[in-house]
Write a protein that binds this ligand. Structure first.
Ligand SMILES: C[S@@+](CC[C@H](N)C(=O)[O-])C[C@H]1O[C@@H](n2cnc3c(N)ncnc32)[C@H](O)[C@@H]1O
Length: 303
């Protein structure tokens, strides 16, 4: 299995590198499409059951340093258990973006580094922020957000039911640091497109986070339905409504289908892009989805 943090150069002009579970193929090839579908189904079934498609059980624990609070988040990965238990590159981008923003803002550097998030944070209500993460995986982005923002936020990490145990583990592993920061982190099941799950979580969030959540095309519609449920919520004191911050590494030509659908429902603004990792041509991009009508069209960017 190729590690999600490894990327390779691809000869195809439009499609891109990395390949979770080595299953992604060129969109234009029928045979490959067939294979992709079969392997994707097998991987999805394995993922759903919490099974390990390749056997074995290996854990990795890594520290992720946060400059803004001079502390580290510790995250356990269980790579052999499937893609939900691995750290994907977009999570690190989201963490770094939040960290740099808060570091430079605390140091009064109101420059281009703080601008991408300032335009969002400056419009949020002056009370503790309520943050929801979709498809948290190992939970790095959400736990880091809680640590960075500290007592002025509460974070709910969500994923498929079988992923929650590792999310609880990673939350507990950081509990002392989170307590020192005054941050609160909860874990809940949220299956995209499942109205019961969404309703039991409620709409009272200001920021929705997602990293590397666009990858299988059968998940586009349930994911969009979920984003639609939460974006624009936020309660009466949040006039802009909740926004969705999504970090994404484009790997497939067909990812553009997701963005085409998304732009029909939301304003989609590109707020940050990482330079490509060595050996790759595309870096992680961060988008802000907001309710239509709240941002001018000139502010939106087409992915
Ligand atoms: C590629 S992983 C990214 C994980 C993490 N956000 C990161 O960047 O490291 C996609 C995540 O979406 C979750 N996911 C997939 N299908 C889902 C669904 N139908 N409902 C909720 N979460 C889902 C997976 O369990 C997985 O944790």
């Amino acid at each position: 299995m190729v590690s999600p943090t490894h990327e390779k150069e691809d000869d195809d002009d439009e499609d891109v590198d990395l390949n979770p579970l080595n299953i992604l193929q060129d969109d234009d090839d029928d045979d490959d499409d067939q294979k992709e579908e079969e392997v994707t189904e097998a991987a999805a079934a394995a993922e759903e059951e919490g099974r390990n498609p390749s056997g074995g059980y290996k854990q990795q624990q890594q520290q992720h340093y946060l400059q803004s609070i001079d502390s580290s988040v510790v995250i356990r990965q269980l790579p052999s258990q499937g893609l939900s238990f691995q750290l994907w590159p977009a999570a690190t981008t989201l963490m770094n973006l939040l960290d740099h923003h808060h570091y430079h803002q605390s140091n009064n550097n109101n420059d281009n580094i703080t601008k991408p998030l300032s335009q969002i944070f400056d419009h949020l209500p002056c009370r503790p922020l309520r943050i929801l993460e979709l498809g948290s995986g190992t939970g790095l982005a959400g736990i880091a957000a809680a640590a960075i923002i500290g007592s002025s936020c509460s974070v709910t990490l969500t994923d498929l039911p079988h992923v929650l145990q590792n999310l609880h583990f990673n939350t507990a592993a950081n509990s002392s640091m989170l307590a020192l920061r005054g941050a609160s982190v909860n874990v809940a099941a949220l299956r995209w497109g499942e109205m019961d799950d969404m309703e039991s979580i409620g709409r009272d969030f200001d920021i929705i986070l997602g990293s590397d959540v666009v990858y299988y095309d059968h998940l586009y519609d349930p994911l969009l339905q979920t984003i639609r449920f939460f974006v624009g919520g936020g309660g009466e004191d949040n006039s802009q409504g909740a926004v969705f911050l999504m970090a994404h590494l484009r790997r497939w030509k067909k990812d553009s289908v997701f963005f085409r659908k998304a732009r029909k429902l939301f304003n989609v603004q590109m707020i940050h892009s990482d330079p490509p990792a060595p050996g790759s041509r595309i870096g992680v991009v961060v988008y802000c989805f907001s309710r239509k009508g709240l941002m001018s069209e000139s502010e939106t960017s087409n992915p």
